[in-house]
Design a protein around this ligand. Structure first.
Ligand code: HEM
Length: 159
């Protein structure tokens, strides 16, 4: 197999794996896990403990995926002739990828801010901050789906 084909295959495999971890993880948490926890355990110490445990386990994976998406994405972009450079909007391909990078940047800021918001009072959830964190997760889920759409569009414009 030609080196370029092998490199692009490995980078695309890893890029998709990191996408599954981060975007897939957010969609699963937001659409299924968190609503089920709230429904079955109510808003008390048990819910706090379970959500805390899940977020602690996921946070390292999310930060590795964020970095991995940038590294694998940068290698892939370098291999596409239409790519003019980071935040260069000089052709359709670079414009779409540039918008994707801006959304990616906003998603990172929201993820970091969200991880910094305290949401517990003693051992019970603080309803106000819990709502803010839920809203931030929903915004990042929508941005993640938009990035997936832009990625598909990117693949199409080089055809
Ligand atoms: C939230 C972050 C991101 C997600 C969810 C994401 C997801 C995807 C997906 C699903 C694809 C299509 C499959 C593939 O070709 O791998 C893709 C393609 C691509 N991504 Fe990303 N990506 C993200 C961030 C980035 C970043 C930061 C870069 C560059 C630094 C990047 C560069 C690329 C490139 C160059 C392609 C190939 C497009 C093509 O020519 O077909 N991505 N991305």
């Amino acid at each position: 197999m030609q080196p370029n084909v092998l490199i692009y295959t490995i980078m695309t495999f890893l890029h998709n794996l990191f996408t599954a971890f981060w975007i897939g993880g957010m969609l699963t948490l937001g659409l299924s896990v968190f609503p089920s926890i709230r429904k079955s355990l109510g808003k008390g110490p048990q819910m706090v403990k379970l959500i805390d445990t899940i977020q602690k386990r996921l946070s390292a994976l999310v930060y590795v995926s964020i970095l991995g998406l940038f590294i694998t994405g940068a290698v892939k972009a370098k291999m596409v002739p239409d790519f003019l450079g980071l935040l260069h909007f000089g052709n359709k391909y670079s414009l779409i990828l540039g918008i994707k990078h801006i959304l990616y940047g906003i998603m990172i800021i929201i993820s970091v801010l969200r991880s910094r918001i305290g949401w517990k009072k003693e051992n019970s959830p603080n309803p106000k901050t819990l709502k803010i964190k839920a809203l931030m997760l929903i915004i990042n889920m929508i941005l993640g789906v938009a990035v997936l759409f832009l990625s598909a569009l990117n693949a199409a414009v080089v055809l």
